[in-house]
Write a new protein. Structure first.
Length: 221
DNA sequence: GACCAGGCACATC
DNA sequence: GATGTGCATGGT
């Protein structure tokens, strides 16, 4: 097994060279990041865009507006992104948490240290590890590595992760082998998603795998 | 008409 | 603790 520090960095360099900066998260405000993070659970981003556009069109994209909006009406607005009934409830759960504990202010919520903040987010019904970490990285600008199905799939195929690796294990694999840097983590996760959608899915042996086999670490190994 | 998409909570064993 | 299931639309 090649040095994981070198491999994780090399992977990043290959992806960045292939696709360039991804400019994530695609949102205008931190609050929009959070809404998008909940709506994109097991859902294509295209559908989430439609749902968010509907909410914006009704001028409801703020904690105060969504707090007052009836859950069933909210569900209809976000219908295009699927699971709309459960996602309407999940959005409500987050907003009620924010209003009750932080007077509806993200700035107040984000004044917490990263680990406290993560625990608080995870305590909200409907926010699991990936959603929490997406909020931490892309809305609160914390150096937390976001793991998703793509990340596991790609790095398992390359033999860098064991098939059974759970969320925490995969996250630590990256966090321990990369410099703790918000910009790097931001770009890395975005590049993995880009790669998975563009190439990895369409070929039996994805592009990055091929490049890896040609690289010096695999030749030595 | 299958199959998948930037997960999560809950039931059951 | 591991595994199975419901949630649902829109694109390929």
């Amino acid at each position: 097994m090649p040095d994981p520090k070198k491999i994780t960095k090399l992977c990043y360099n290959i992806l960045y060279k292939l696709y360039g900066p991804q400019k994530w998260w695609p949102a205008e405000t931190p609050f929009e990041v959070i809404v998008g993070a909940i709506l994109t659970q097991n859902t294509s981003w295209k559908n989430v865009e439609k749902a968010i556009a509907n909410v914006k069109a009704k001028n409801k994209l703020s904690p105060a507006h969504l707090y007052r909006l009836d859950t069933n009406r909210l569900a209809l607005l976000i219908k295009p992104c699927g699971y709309y009934n459960i996602k309407a409830k999940r959005l409500k759960h987050f907003i009620e948490f924010l209003i009750k504990n932080y007077k509806g202010s993200l700035k107040n919520l984000f004044s917490n240290p990263t680990q406290i903040l993560r625990k608080q987010l995870l305590s909200i019904n409907g926010i699991g590890p990936e959603t929490a970490d997406s909020i931490l990285l892309y809305a609160a600008q914390r150096p937390v590595f976001v793991v998703d199905a793509y990340t596991k799939r790609i790095f398992q195929r390359q033999g860098l992760l064991t098939p059974g690796a759970d969320y925490e294990y995969v996250q630590k694999f990256f966090e321990l082998n990369l410099p703790k840097n918000v910009k790097l983590f931001n770009e890395y996760h975005a590049l993995i998603v880009k790669h998975a959608k563009d190439v990895c899915k369409k070929t039996p042996l994805c592009y990055i795998c091929v490049l890896h086999k040609e690289c010096e670490f695999f030749k030595k190994g």
